[in-house]
Design a protein around this ligand. Structure first.
Ligand SMILES: [Zn+2]
Length: 65
């Protein structure tokens, strides 16, 4: 289970997370915010996040020039 909060329709609650689905389960808005336990995320998604963080660090260093 995961939690969602949607600014579009104002709904919040629990839902069953489905990989690849990033829309409000009530209204379908992509503005929805999910709160997932990290153990519920697919491994490749976690890796993607970690890789993105590393890229951010690198751009911070080079952008000071
Ligand atoms: Zn919604």
């Amino acid at each position: 289970m995961a939690r969602f909060r949607c600014p579009a329709c104002g709904q919040k609650g629990d839902f069953v997370y489905q990989a690849g689905r990033h829309e409000c389960p009530r209204c379908g808005s992509t503005d929805v915010q999910f709160a997932l336990g990290i153990e519920e995320l697919p491994d490749e998604f976690v890796e993607m996040l970690l890789r993105a963080e590393r890229l951010d660090d690198e751009t911070d260093e080079t952008s000071e020039d």
